[in-house]
Design a protein. Structure first.
Length: 67
């Protein structure tokens, strides 16, 4: 598979992952909102806003692999 095809497939996978992650993280945040104090909600959203990138490292490595 050439690099252009890998990058196109990776781009679509990235968009699908980000959409699903955003819906799940926001849904969990809304579900936890009545239970958590305001500072804990801030921490949750800050952590959730950073954690999305770590599962994508293998995808980025695959997209940038030489032919």
């Amino acid at each position: 598979m050439n690099a252009r095809t890998r990058k196109a497939i990776g781009c679509f996978a990235l968009l699908a992952y980000l959409a699903a992650y955003a819906v799940l993280a926001a849904g969990l945040g809304v579900a936890l909102a009545p239970v958590l104090p305001a500072w804990a909600e801030l921490v949750y959203y800050a952590v959730a806003g950073v954690l999305w990138i770590f599962p994508l490292k293998p995808l980025f490595a695959w997209m940038n692999r030489g032919a």
